[in-house]
Design a protein around this ligand. Structure first.
Ligand SMILES: NC(=O)c1ccc[n+]([C@@H]2O[C@H](COP(=O)([O-])OP(=O)(O)OC[C@H]3O[C@@H](n4cnc5c(N)ncnc54)[C@H](O)[C@@H]3O)[C@@H](O)[C@H]2O)c1
Length: 385
């Protein structure tokens, strides 16, 4: 019999919708699922929004006080709120003995992330699991990249390049939101997009960052609020990072919110002594792989379809080979991993992102901001972990 787990979700926005959808599907997409997630309660400050969300996804209850979720009979506290709502509710939920998944980036700053990590360690002593929602770890193509690297097919890795590019904010009339307020978001292109790149870099290379050089720019320093009043933007619209990894790999990570023409394009390229990789989020059911092991006359980037069951468990009993999955599935697969870890008592890492991973990512974000402010390279070991 699958175990029933009551879910409470903080937030009613984009991620709350994606997570609620995933919980509803887990039971039937994974035919051998050991869990039956129950959408118990949802929170938003806005009563009409939370009522709409509760009805749409069939939550049992809704509330405009997030503490109600923690005080209710929930097993899992799913924090999909704005970045500034990650810290306090997450600490309280862990203290109350709830398993917690929190959206990325873990926190608004390193100090908060450190406290959240410490709290997760304390809770773990009582069997409480915690995870950061770095969903891209669950893309089949990137799992295959990890395997190709582990099998030594890239040889000695030299360079890792990531360009995560969106264009919504290229329009100066797009209104102000919490994402453009440093106090609420921490940073923008850096924390929202490059946080994914930092996490995937650490995940794929299984190596830590040694030092960081960062540069950022904000082109639209004022944005109108809903009433047309101009507000100051104090976060980055573009973020450029050079990273020297402890294993000698050089990584260049670019993220931008003003890359006209790209809606949500994420390109990752990895170059090693024996081969190269090219991944593009807009064509995520395939991967390009170049191998020097091929005879010279056949060498070139070759397209691999990543929908073979051998490449990813998801293709074992849900979709037949060759039938691609879409963006929402990375969250579905991530949340299934989280719930399975709870029921089986297995580790969140190394496949899922732990609060330690969230903390390490936040450390790089902090170093990048420091580097931008000082105009120098920052050694990770020199800043508080
Ligand atoms: N993993 C991913 O792929 C991914 C994608 C997008 C966003 N995110 C992360 O998910 C989180 C939410 O992003 P989103 O896109 O859903 O944002 P959103 O703006 O769509 O929703 C944010 C929610 O937080 C609530 N909120 C905002 N300020 C609040 C406050 N002060 N107190 C209480 N509630 C408040 C809003 O009412 C809304 O319900 C962020 O941390 C973001 O970085 C992750």
């Amino acid at each position: 019999m699958p175990r029933k787990l009551n879910i409470g979700i903080l937030g009613c926005g984009f991620m709350a919708k994606i997570h609620a959808n995933a919980y509803k599907k887990i039971g039937y997409v994974f035919s051998a699922s050991l869990v039956e997630p129950e959408l118990r309660m949802v929170y938003s400050r806005n009563e009409s929004a939370v009522k709409r969300t509760a009805e749409r996804f069939n939550f049992q209850k809704w509330t405009t006080n997030w503490k109600d979720i923690i005080n209710d009979d929930i097993d899992i506290f799913d924090n999909t709120g704005s970045n500034d709502t990650h810290y306090e509710p997450t600490l309280l939920a862990l203290k109350a003995g709830k398993h917690v998944i929190v959206e990325k980036p873990l926190a608004v700053n390193l100090q908060e992330a450190r406290e959240m990590y410490d709290a997760s360690q304390e809770a773990q002593k009582n069997g409480i699991k915690s995870m950061v929602a770095f969903n891209y770890r669950f893309i089949p193509a990137l799992r295959l990249v990890k395997r190709i690297i582990n099998e030594g097919r890239l040889g000695k890795i030299y360079q890792f390049r990531s360009n995560f590019l969106q264009d919504k904010m290229a329009d100066p009339t797009v209104p102000f939101s919490w994402r453009l307020d440093k106090e609420k978001a921490g940073s923008f292109a850096l924390g929202d997009l490059n946080s994914h790149a930092i996490d995937i870099l650490r995940f794929l290379l299984q190596a830590e960052v040694d030092s960081v050089m960062g540069y950022q720019k904000t082109f639209n320093t004022k944005r109108p609020d809903q009433n047309g009043k101009q507000l100051s933007v104090d976060v980055d619209e573009t973020s450029l990072l050079w990273l020297e990894m402890e294993n000698g790999v050089l990584a260049t990570l670019e993220s931008s919110k003003v890359s006209t023409g790209y809606k949500a394009m994420w390109r990752i390229e990895i170059h090693g002594s024996e081969g190269g990789i090219y991944f593009d989020l807009t064509r995520a059911n395939e991967l390009q792989f170049y191998s020097k092991a091929d005879p010279l006359y056949l060498q070139g980037m070759k397209v691999i379809n990543v929908t073979e069951p051998e490449a990813h468990e998801l293709f074992e009993d849900w979709l037949p080979r060759g039938h691609g999955i879409g963006w929402e599935y990375y969250h579905l697969y991530m949340l299934e991993h989280f719930l399975r870890s709870i029921v089986m008592g297995t580790d969140i890492g190394p496949q899922g992102a732990t609060f330690y991973d969230g903390l390490k990512c936040q450390q790089v974000i902090e170093a990048a901001i420091m580097s931008f402010e000082k105009g120098t390279w920052i050694k990770i070991k020199d800043i508080l972990e």
